[in-house]
Ligand binder design. Structure first.
Ligand SMILES: Nc1ncnc2c1ncn2[C@@H]1O[C@H](COP(=O)(O)OP(=O)(O)OP(=O)(O)O)[C@@H](O)[C@H]1O
Length: 343
């Protein structure tokens, strides 16, 4: 057996020490108004209450025992899949997401789901190189990522010959619209790969039946009143750049570009600055992408629901109307379009 490298043995020693320290005490999470949860250990239990020594500072807090949550051993820190935690409680989930976020990992699995924590800054996570890193890989071969979800849907479509859906949900400003764009970016790149050539890696077989994948990003209330846009016969006039013009294999096909470039138009008419989000979608969106038997994109359809039309005439003072009005004014005044679009 090869001798472990120093860094590996140092890491193992650190883990063993952390585990030994953990074993010495009854570690728990204490709810905290400011921090959410703080680490501590039980010093003394007395009926329904316990005296807890807080890990940061050594302060002793007397709290009801039912408010405490069990802590997972340190080997579970930064685990890729929350479902792997021994103690699956809110405090442990928040702790894991926080640790991961602190080291730049905004994505974490939770069983079949993917949790995305909005970084509110541009991270180098969506380049062509990263697309290739996720292409044809199983979920456990890479760190959690929205591309892995898109890849899984793609592979399932081919293997099961069934339509696939990806539901993206969250509160306003959580990152639903951005996540939807990343899924489309990935699928467009894959489809272009299929178009362009033979280097499709092993497990990424092309689907053998026409099929479709859909993504919805919908408000949670009300009956849908839908409108729909078909892509595939669109005029050749170009729209503003999508930011996804090229894949590592070359230029995207016309359809792939149309799908990506529809977003700025939709966002101009349906998005507005709110107090929570500078580019808030004021409508629900259902994107359907159809694939041809060879795996290339055959067409796309976008349904939209429940546009908040009242925003045109009434809104709070701190918010704005739909972007398009400001863009028209800016264009008319020969000014630069304001920076509502960040990507
Ligand atoms: N993965 C990401 N990387 C970098 N920034 C992001 C990411 N996701 C979201 N953001 C930032 O957060 C902002 C809000 O995200 P987004 O518009 O996707 O939220 P949303 O959930 O669609 O909100 P709403 O329901 O109000 O439309 C984006 O404009 C962007 O600045």
């Amino acid at each position: 057996m090869p001798t472990p490298r120093l860094s590996q043995s140092a890491e193992a020693a650190r883990a063993a020490a952390a585990q030994a320290e953990f074993n010495e005490k009854k570690w728990i999470w204490v709810p905290d108004d400011k921090e959410g949860y703080l680490a501590g250990w039980v010093h003394n239990e007395d009926g329904e209450y316990g005296d807890i020594i807080m890990a940061a500072g050594g302060e002793i807090r007397r709290v009801p025992l039912f408010t405490l949550s069990k802590m997972n051993p340190p080997k579970f820190d930064r685990v890729d899949d929350i479902a792997d935690l021994t103690f699956l409680n809110e405090a442990s989930v928040v702790h894991n997401l926080r640790l991961r976020f602190g080291s730049g990992a905004i994505y974490t699995y939770s069983g079949l789901f993917l949790v995305a924590v909005n970084p509110y800054q541009s991270l180098p996570l969506y380049s062509d190189a990263i697309i290739h890193q996720y292409r044809s890989k199983r979920r456990d071969e890479n760190a959690p990522h929205i591309f892995a979800v898109a890849e899984r849907a793609w592979v399932n479509m081919g293997e099961e010959r069934e339509n696939q859906s990806i539901l993206i949900t969250g509160e306003s400003g959580a990152g639903k619209t951005e996540s939807t764009k990343k899924v489309i970016q990935y699928l467009a790149a894959i489809a272009t790969d299929v178009h362009q050539g033979p280097s499709t890696p092993s497990h990424s077989r092309s689907p053998t039946l026409p099929s479709s994948q859909s993504f919805s990003n919908m408000p949670s209330t009300g009956l849908p009143r839908t409108n729909s846009t078909k892509l595939g016969h669109a005029p050749t006039t170009s729209t503003t750049g999508s930011g996804f013009a090229l894949t590592a294999k070359g230029r995207l096909g016309l359809l792939e570009r149309q799908i990506l470039q529809a977003n700025p138009i939709l966002e101009a008419f349906g998005n507005a600055q709110t107090q929570r989000n500078n580019n808030s979608s004021r409508f629900g969106k259902f994107v359907r992408i159809s694939f041809a038997p060879d795996g290339s994109i055959a067409g796309a359809n976008i349904d939209w629901y429940l546009l908040e039309k009242s925003r045109v005439v009434v809104r709070s003072e701190a918010e704005r109307s739909f972007h398009v009005f400001y863009q028209l004014l800016a264009g008319g005044l020969d000014l630069k379009v304001t920076s509502w679009r960040q990507s």
